[in-house]
Structures are given as C-alpha cells and as structure tokens.
Design a protein around this ligand. Sequence first.
Ligand code: IMP
Length: 210
Amino acid sequence: MKVLLGTTNPGKLQEILALLGDVPGLEWVNPKELGLPEVRETGATLEENARLKAQTLAQWSGLAALAEDSGLEVEALDGAPGVHTATFAGTRDPQANIARLLRLLEGAPNRRARFRAVACLALPEGSLWTSEGLVEGHIAEAPRGSGGFGYDPVFIPEGETRTLAEMTLEEKNRVSHRGKAVMGLRLILAELGQRGESPKGYNSRPKGLW
Ligand code: IMP
C-alpha cells in the first residue's frame, strides 16, 4: 500500500524513513512524485499544521498521508520560537536562526528548551491518528557537531553532554521528539501495511491551486 510522506525537509525525511521505511507492505511516495504542491502551514499550532498537511494530502492524493510539524520551545523566551521555529531569523537559514537564538540567550541563566513534534496520519475517508513527541534539554553556548539539521548543533538533550548534531542518526532517533512522535504511529501503519489495501476513493486535484 502506498503512503504519502508529506515532508520535503531532507533531514526529516531521512529520520522518518530510518524509523518507518522497513514497515512491511508499505511503499513510500512523496508529494513531488505525484505533482502535488506544498500545503501551506496556516495553523496556529504544531498539531493544527500537522493535521492540515496530512488531511489535505490524503484528500488530494487518495492515499494514506503522514505529515509532521515540529518546533523548538525555549523557556527563557516564553516558549518561542515554537510554531515559527523554521523562520526564526526571518529566513530558513539554520545558521541565521541559531545565531539569533544564541544572541537572545546571551547571559541567560536559564537555557532550558524542548523540541516538540506532532505527527499525523490521515486516510482519505477521514480517519486520523495523531502522535506527539518531546525531548527536553538545553541550548548550548556555541554550536557543536555536523550531523542532523536545523538547531541540532545547539540542542543538548537531558542527560547528555553531546548536541544532537554530535549523535548518529540512530542515536538521535532514539531520543528525539520526532522519533517518539513517529514511532507512535508505527503500529497503525504496520496494520495498514498488513491489510494491504489502498484506501478507496481518489479526489481530483482542487481547481485553482496550481
Ligand atoms: P517545520 O516543521 O517544517 O515547520 O519546521 C520546523 C523547524 O524546526 C525546522 O525547520 C528546524 O529548524 C526545526 N527543527 C525541527 N525538528 C528539528 C530537529 O530534529 N533538529 C533541529 N531542528 C529541528
């Protein structure tokens, strides 16, 4: 059975496929392969965005669709950047985002932060499963490591001395917000793969979108 994986971020893709790519009976496809555009993230929360992406992609494609939204919440910044994590410095450049974060935290006694991820699996007939994952930790004084993506070089998970960018993909997936959120959907995906039937119904592309 085909499952549409609604993320274009190469770092996220690699992590999700490392966790779910071996589920028997599933064939993963991406929106580009089907000529689908990106779903605009207009929700006010991570959950709204993940749900919006999964449900929209499931309706457009007639396939099961998995989508994820994630963000960083910093205690000293009252939970910012949260839903705006990807464009915190006004661009999507991770180095600019990290630089802004470190500048705002200069001299801050409290560097506690958490990553949160919400993953949603939607079927075209309307079923929806949601799973959330958290990793607590703190923001390092300076970037370290070359693995991962985004804010990984400055995020140190609780109980660790290394940043996420100093871990292997497998190590990161074991502790990360995304690892936990995505693994929460593995059982239902395994069941869909075993059933082996594609969800019924194909909704044609809505007019005026592209
Ligand atoms: P979105 O989910 O595409 O809206 O983007 C979330 C943003 O949060 C990403 O662009 C990254 O900057 C950041 N982010 C999410 N998960 C991670 C992670 O595992 N490591 C580092 N940064 C992350």
